[in-house]
Design a protein around this ligand. Structure first.
Ligand code: GCU
Length: 421
């Protein structure tokens, strides 16, 4: 078995080697580049008020990220119906209410449904909520036997017992380490989570998921400026927020979009596109998320587009190995969230996601927060590991690898208590 694992590992490393050998992990090899000024319009006009930011600069940046990076949603689609599949007002040792709510969408003769798992503090009238996707099904975030197993397509994963692209009982509770449910509830927040594969299966195939409901006649994949999977997943978070506005147990004005890694890219885009999100958390989101693309450190645009061709819109391909041609960078995505609270978090061993690029991005976004009189990451000096900076824009780098830990959640809760609640 050991031998086999080694063989599999070395095969994986060898097959990855062209990418790995090109990957830059040296600060001295970061090319010199110009950081696009968030406050200078594409036509050279300097923005100096929050009003002009909102009127002129924010819309043009949003349009650029829409057309050239994440892709536009072809048209709006509302919730057709929602069903409370299950509810118990006394779970987790009396701490919480649990609800499993299915949202259904219909168009083009097709139907798509996805299920939100909600744990809400039992004795709270309207709870603020952290909303975030999970990678392997709602039943992985808890040992709770009542959580329904999704029948949506999933990436095979031996250690999670996922075979034939089907989620199974074997993975119940396998990801409890990433979801500090009790800490969240004890702090007076609810947690809402969705299996991302129900909104759009994470594969380079646009025949399924939400995309297929919005095609024009004869279309079978998004046009070059139309949405990839990240925009589709963000859309799913936005529609969940529509539902929260109807749920009397939730304070929809206090919903924080949370996401890890590809789902952190997703929470950032959701927060940028919908101002109703009260705050946004990017946990180790890296390339195409919080990290600056122009630094070319760790994962790069060409590599991400090659390995995950379905995540971004096709227009994004033109910037692979041509980062200098990009008139924007990811700090401007972060700035689109201003003045709402934003938390960018990195991990020391997650060099692939470029922690320094994530930090600098939060720093460069701060000037937009300053227009609103809000504090962010004012310094260009990275804090030491496990020494968070908490302001409206917050940042930490913790010890350890690419992951979500209790340390991360403890800090998100502290920040939310001060800046969101
Ligand atoms: C890969 C990918 C990253 C992504 C990560 C994840 O490592 O290269 O961009 O963030 O997967 O989502 O786990």
């Amino acid at each position: 078995m050991k031998l086999l694992t080694c063989f599999v590992c070395s095969f994986f490393i060898l097959s990855m080697s062209p990418i790995l050998s090109q990957t830059n992990y040296e600060e001295s090899k970061v090319p010199s580049f110009e950081v696009p000024d968030p406050l200078l319009t594409f036509s050279g006009y300097k923005i100096n008020s929050a009003k002009n930011w909102e009127k002129v600069r924010r819309p043009e940046l949003l349009r650029f990220f829409e057309n050239d990076i994440y892709g536009k949603i072809p048209k709006s689609l509302k919730i057709d119906s929602y069903t409370i599949l299950e509810q118990d007002n006394n779970v987790l040792n009396g701490k919480a209410k649990r609800k499993q709510v299915e949202l259904t969408f219909k168009n083009n003769g097709k139907t798509l449904s996805y299920t939100i798992l909600l744990y809400l503090p039992k004795n709270k009238v309207k709870a603020p909520v952290f909303l975030g996707y999970n990678f392997y099904g709602n039943h992985t975030i808890t040992e709770d036997k009542a959580v329904i197993i999704s029948s949506a397509w999933a990436n095979n994963n031996e250690s999670f017992g996922i075979k034939n692209n089907t989620l199974t009982e074997e993975s119940r509770g396998k990801r409890t380490n990433r979801w500090a449910v009790e800490k969240i509830l004890d702090a007076g927040y609810g947690l809402a989570t969705i299996y991302y594969g129900e909104v759009d299966p994470d594969k380079n195939d646009f025949s399924d998921g939400i995309h297929s409901l919005l095609y024009q006649q004869g279309q079978n994949q998004p046009k070059p400026a139309e949405w990839g999977s990240i925009a589709a997943w963000s859309w799913g978070m936005v529609r969940a927020l529509d539902y929260f506005e109807k749920d009397p147990d939730i304070d929809a004005s206090k919903v924080i979009a949370f996401g890890h890694s590809r789902l952190g890219k997703t929470s950032l885009w959701a927060g940028a596109t919908d101002k109703r999100f009260a705050g946004v958390i990017s946990n180790n989101s890296g390339c195409g998320g919080a990290a600056l693309s122009k630094r070319k450190f760790g994962e790069t645009i060409s590599v991400i587009n090659e390995r995950f061709p379905h995540w971004f819109c096709d227009n994004f391909n033109q910037y692979g190995d041509h980062e200098e041609a990009l008139p924007v960078d990811q700090h401007q995505l972060l700035a689109l969230i201003a003045p709402r609270p934003l938390y960018v978090a990195s991990a020391e061993e997650d060099q692939w996601a470029d922690p320094r690029g994530e930090f600098l991005s939060a720093h460069y976004a701060t000037q937009v927060y300053n227009l609103y009189g809000k504090k962010g990451i004012e310094t260009m000096e990275m804090p030491k590991v496990n020494e968070p900076i908490h302001n409206t824009v917050s940042y930490h780098i913790r010890t350890g690898k690419h992951d979500v830990t209790d340390y991360d959640w403890e800090n998100y809760i502290k920040w939310a208590n001060t800046f969101v609640k």
